[in-house]
Write a protein that binds this ligand. Sequence first.
Ligand code: ZN
Ligand code: ZN
Length: 272
Amino acid sequence: MEIKVLGTRQGESSNSHFVSLLVDDVIALDAGNLTSALSLKEQSVVRHILVTHRHYDHIKDLATFGFNSLGRGRTKIYCSSETREAIETTIFNTDIWLNFFTLPNPVSPTFIHVSVEPGSPFIIEGYNILPLRVIHSVPALAYAITSPNGGTLLYSGDSGVGSGSAWAATKPDVLVVEITFPDTLVDSALSFGHLTPELLAGELNTFRDVQGYLPKIAAVHINPYYENEIVAGVANIARRLSVDISIPQEGAIITVGAESKANRRTRIDVIG
Ligand SMILES: [Zn+2]
Ligand SMILES: [Zn+2]
């Protein structure tokens, strides 16, 4: 399973974009940076978008993706009913834009909503998807994705303290997890339901207590104003926990799975 990292930061600028991941070109995770990171041809291949929660940095490009694909096929949007309602009353509000859940016509709309429930797995094109409830300031999900060829990715979405026990319901090869704030802003992290490096260490200890190992980790949702502090904090916890934690750049490729090679569970290649 190949994961293309389309956006990795909690901030928008010429070189930092909101979080989106793309699984084997066809399944997107969150829509923070779907359209500016993909050509129109690449967008036309994406037929499934898993949305973790309603915050703008995770739904932003649903509006542009929907517009680009209007009348050119249908895409399934997987999220809770509460998240769909929030999308429909905000960025799909017809006072400011278009409702792609009903256009070009309600019988054959651009976006088809698939309601998901935490703990209830489902299949997309052979991939097993397990949504998990995580702790955040609004209702939020993580997604565990297991490839038909083996290998499991766990994407945390936005998650705060207490999420580690939810992650431990799965056995991922790779965890893509948020770290939004440095440890000096732990109070902000706690009040907004986000993680710092040390808060992540606590969640990883919870995971390891249950599962007996730690997966390879890629940290995203980095606030660019605090990037240097976060990088230093990540180096500290990686050393202390003896775990591999990377902070991928946009355009990075994360490969998840055995690739038919025995004893080689995971490989992470970073390009760009
Ligand atoms: Zn959020
Ligand atoms: Zn966010």
